[in-house]
Design a protein around this ligand. Structure first.
Ligand SMILES: *Cc1c(COP(=O)(O)O)cnc(C)c1O
Length: 366
């Protein structure tokens, strides 16, 4: 079976580095808020070209604490995309704010600016962009729009580690960028972990207080906080895996390049490629097909695993039906949810496996 992710096939050298990282932590005797976290935070901030990075427990809490740090909550609206992983939306709800769902551009599956404009209200405090599938495009337009509207630009970068738009890292355009290091992400821990990057010293300081039970100094808790810390073992593992990120992303881009050039079936439509390669780190390679279920089972018959990201747009989730949305509806998100299919695109994929996948796609018949 060709899998969507294949960690067991990762380089032996990486595994050795991970084992060494764990051993280093075990021997240090420090397990929470120690040197490894500080080191990883510094390295991740530098990689993203920002001043600050605060590690937290997971990506969902990175978004929630980021919103809390900006005092976005009750009575405030945050516009985001109807085509995202549910945590984007739950984080907004947990912060006490109201998510407002905008539609996507059908050719990129990313948030559509015209739809966002229709979602604006006097209560809008921020646009939370999601760099879905690993793509950060059109950031100049978003930056200008949010600045002119006097609202915050926020970035959910959970799928876009190492994506660059106009030579600037995903997560560095607005007030903050939130990352998840869930194991399957482009940069993944071996458990749960997340981080918030920012150029604002104030936002960084607030998140550091909030993540650690509102502690400013020992035994003093002026704010009600969370327990949302990135532990030392995960931080050490992330430092080891960060050394491989650029190489792994380059491999994903190579695979995507082959898919884009060699998928010829008129029944299968990949999303539009970006003008600049650096903008897309292909956390997922997504195609669209009007007979999605039949395509998925044809691929399964050829021993190729696929997944759907995401079959239910968030506004159709039972937990989210009450929230406001584009008055013109969300037709593109709904059509995408019915047709999208993610095919294997992980860095360990071999050329012969890619041949097999492309063949299976091109041979698909209705
Ligand atoms: C994975 C993901 C998250 C949440 O991250 P966790 O670390 O699992 O909490 C948020 N948004 C998007 C778009 C994601 O893909």
């Amino acid at each position: 079976m060709i899998r969507m992710n294949d960690f067991a096939s990762e380089p032996a050298e990486l595994l050795q580095q991970e084992v060494a990282a764990c051993e280093r932590v075990l021997r240090s005797g420090n397990f929470i808020l120690g040197n490894e976290l500080g080191l990883f935070e510094e390295r991740w901030a530098r990689f993203c070209g920002v001043k600050f990075c605060a590690g937290v427990g997971n990506g969902t809490e990175a978004i929630e604490l980021g919103l809390r740090a900006l005092e976005i909550g009750r009575g405030d609206e945050v516009i985001t995309t109807a085509m995202t992983a549910i945590p984007t939306v739950f984080a907004i709800i947990h912060a006490g704010a109201t998510p407002v769902f905008a539609d996507i551009d059908p050719e990129t599956a990313l948030l559509d600016l015209q739809s966002v404009k229709r979602c604006m209200s006097p209560r809008t405090r921020a646009v939370l962009l999601v760099h879905l599938y690993g793509r950060a495009s059109g950031m100049g337009d978003w930056t200008a729009f949010c600045r002119d509207a006097g609202i915050h630009l926020l970035e959910d970068c959970a799928q876009a580690h190492g994506a660059f738009c106009d030579d600037q890292s995903a997560g560095s355009f607005g007030a903050w960028g939130a990352f998840s290091f869930y194991p399957t992400k482009n940069l993944g821990a071996r458990g749960d972990a997340g981080a918030l990057i920012t150029n604002s010293e104030e936002i960084d300081a607030r998140v550091r207080t909030l993540r650690n039970l509102g502690t400013t100094k020992r035994n003093e808790h002026p704010a009600v906080g969370w327990n949302s810390r990135l532990d030392e073992i995960q931080a050490a593992l992330l430092s080891a895996r960060l050394d491989w990120l650029s190489q792994f992303n380059a491999r994903r881009q190579e695979l995507a390049c082959r898919y884009s050039a060699e998928i010829k079936s008129p029944l299968i439509r990949p999303l539009r490629s970006p003008a600049s390669t650096a903008e897309h780190v292909y956390h997922l390679f997504v195609v669209r097909c009007s007979e999605r279920e039949r395509l998925a089972s044809a691929l399964a018959d050829s021993q190729i695993e696929t997944l759907v990201h995401y079959p239910i747009p968030v506004h159709r989730q039972e937990s989210c039906t009450v929230f406001p949305r584009d008055p013109n509806g969300l037709p593109h998100a709904e059509a995408h949810a019915e047709q999208c299919l993610s095919i294997p695109c992980h860095p360990q994929l071999r050329e012969d496996e890619v041949d097999l996948i492309i063949n299976a796609l091109n041979q698909f018949k209705l």
